[in-house]
Design a protein around this ligand. Structure first.
Ligand code: NAD
Length: 562
């Protein structure tokens, strides 16, 4: 379903051929950006490589991952276990629970490393990203395997997440080379230069659902623009956060330039957000935490020099509209993939489908049949289409939403998790029909495999329902009417709108990603304006109408002394 090109290869080593040519020290030698191909799992060699990586990683489960501050692993008084949601008794890694003091130490290390990193030439900083991309290519299957175990991501989706991480490194590296060219506006007698410089210490707070890509995207954007970083991966994906840190260490980023703090958001998050030496917070996660961070960061603390910049990418309540002339085959497949891929745990996932009255019954019948064919299984199962949800808390929250939904709509499909019930945090797809637009299951983000179907008389009403939530992240339309397509493009106000295709799987550069309203504040990830948020623009004007330069007093004094 993904619209990237697929790479075909007969041996796993052929994967390395996808690398892009770069020598960032000479900006001209960098090849144009292109997306990393997805692995073609229809090839036996790819399946074997993934199986081998899963076996290799399974022998490494249960290891300990401490915080890394100023290039050093540091001990913590307490640890927490990151569990495999597919087999919830399996410990994927034991992670250091960073303390408040360690959060302070990480900010201090980032602050100390800042001046030298700021003054490192942009092409050199970009080069680190290109090298990190190379390491990710080499470790592609292994990094995907960690996601299968730690986040319950089916293998294809895990592979796509690693590809996206590579894309961020390659794209932001090139974007920085572009931004590093100063803009000159010289006139006779006056030189004017406009350029960017980094802000300082950036804190990156990431979610678990794109465990490598989102953490990597926010962090590399901060780094390549010359900021130093304290990374706070989500609790549920701390091992993958540690793997990203390993990659940054392997490419020999100087100590302190990036620091990694596994730990609990509510413990160390506020310390990082409130810290007077932090200048920018790049957050992706839930609306409630994002809004809380925005409020906290607005407060100016003693000793603080800069007003903090907050980038917050948050949730969605994304809808797909089904027009009365839609191609039903395409529409059903598109909705199923968008609603139930990764068990509905993508920020872009479809959680409302708004169907025009005349095709409603036919569409819902086919939607139910297509959903019935999905295979609920542990993420490592090659046939898995719906894996587990992330943890016990999410499981409980989604079950509560389903219970509530039973009073708000007609439950027309409830899948069965069968014998997996005891093994992990499984929830089967659920579809509610005849849901009222203002019902909570049509308004609140559930972040699980739960889909609300809403009827609309006509396109007017469909658009009113579609735009009638607090969010504006993704949306879609299936239609064959050019007039309706044009109208929906104008009037369905979301960050990423997709016509006649699924609404998940945005690609770096091709579909820059992010929303507005309560879905986020900030420019789209993977887009042309993203890096601008991490820099400060400066202008220097010099009057060049002088009569020569003053003698260099220092040099004259030295000459006299000698
Ligand atoms: P979350 O808000 O629970 O956690 C996100 C991060 O915030 C974690 O690292 C967590 O430890 C940290 N955190 C928690 N409390 C904090 C506090 N008080 N101060 C500072 N940090 C704190 O979200 P999640 O469950 O990890 O992710 C799911 C959410 O993310 C969904 O709402 C989803 O829509 C959203 N999301 C949005 C996008 C997007 O691009 N718009 C992408 C992915 C996920």
């Amino acid at each position: 379903m993904n619209s990237r090109t697929h790479v075909s290869f007969d041996s796993p080593s052929a994967m390395h051929d996808n690398s892009q040519h770069h020598d960032a020290r000479d900006g001209h030698a960098v090849s144009p950006y292109r997306a990393e191909p997805l692995t073609d799992f229809s090839r036996a060699a790819a399946r074997r490589a993934m199986d081998a990586a899963l076996a290799q990683v399974s022998s490494q489960l249960g290891r300990t991952y401490p915080p890394i501050i100023n290039g050093q692993a540091v001990l913590t008084a307490a640890t927490f276990d990151s569990l495999n949601p597919s087999h919830c008794k399996q410990v994927v890694g034991r992670c250091g629970r960073s303390s408040v003091e360690q959060a302070d130490a990480a900010v201090a290390a980032a602050k100390a490393a800042f001046p030298a990193w700021r003054d490192t030439e942009a092409p050199k900083r970009a080069e680190y990203l290109f090298r990190a991309a190379q390491v990710m290519r080499r470790r592609r299957f292994e990094l995907a395997a960690w996601q299968v175990y730690e986040c319950g991501k089916p293998r294809r989706e895990a592979d796509a997440d690693v590809a996206e991480s590579i894309d961020y490194c390659e794209f932001y590296g090139r974007e920085m080379l572009r931004l590093a060219q100063p803009r000159r506006r010289d006139v006779p007698g006056e030189d004017n230069v406009y350029f960017y410089e980094p802000r300082g210490v950036a804190v990156v707070i990431a979610p678990w659902n794109f465990p490598l890509a989102i953490l990597c995207g926010m962090t590399t954007a901060a780094l390549v623009t010359g900021n130093t970083v304290v990374m706070k991966p989500a609790e549920q994906s701390s091992v993958i956060g540690a793997k990203l840190m390993e990659i940054f260490q392997e490419v020999e980023l100087p100590p302190g330039v990036v620091n990694c703090l596994p730990g609990f958001g509510e413990e160390i998050g506020p310390v990082l957000v409130d810290h007077p030496d932090v200048t920018l917070i790049a957050f992706t996660g839930s609306r409630s935490v994002g809004l809380h961070i925005n409020r906290q960061a607005a407060e100016v603390r003693p000793g603080q020099e800069q007003i903090k910049r907050v980038l917050a990418e948050m949730g969605g309540k994304n809808a797909i509209l089904i027009d009365d002339d839609a191609d039903m085959d395409e529409a059903v497949l598109g909705v199923v993939a968008s609603a139930f891929g990764y068990a509905g745990q993508k920020c872009s996932a479809c959680s409302r489908v708004i169907v025009l009255e005349s095709v409603h019954d036919a569409f819902v019948t086919r939607l139910i049949e297509a959903t019935r064919s999905l295979k609920i299984a542990p993420a490592e199962d090659p046939g898995c289409t719906v894996g587990p949800v992330i943890d016990a808390e999410a499981h409980q929250r989604i079950e509560n939403a389903i219970d509530k939904g039973k009073n708000e709509g007609r439950l027309v499909y409830a899948g069965d998790v069968g014998s997996w019930k005891e093994e992990g945090y499984y929830i089967a797809p659920h579809i509610f029909d005849d849901v009222a637009p203002k019902a909570s299951i049509a308004q609140e983000e559930i972040f699980g495999p739960v889909l609300a179907v809403l009827r609309a008389r006509d396109l007017d009403q469909a658009l009113e329902i579609a735009n009638g939530t607090a969010y504006a992240l993704t949306g879609g339309l299936f239609s064959r009417s050019p007039e309706h397509i044009a109208r929906v493009k104008r009037e369905f106000r979301v960050g990423n709108l997709y016509i006649n295709r699924k609404i998940t799987g945005a690609l770096v550069d091709r579909q820059p990603f992010g929303g507005f309203k309560m879905s986020g504040m900030g420019s789209k990830a993977g887009g042309p304006d993203y890096l601008l948020q991490f820099v400060l623009p400066r202008t220097i004007t010099e009057n060049t109408l002088r009569r020569g330069f003053a003698p260099d007093v220092h040099k004259i004094e030295c000459a006299i002394e000698n």
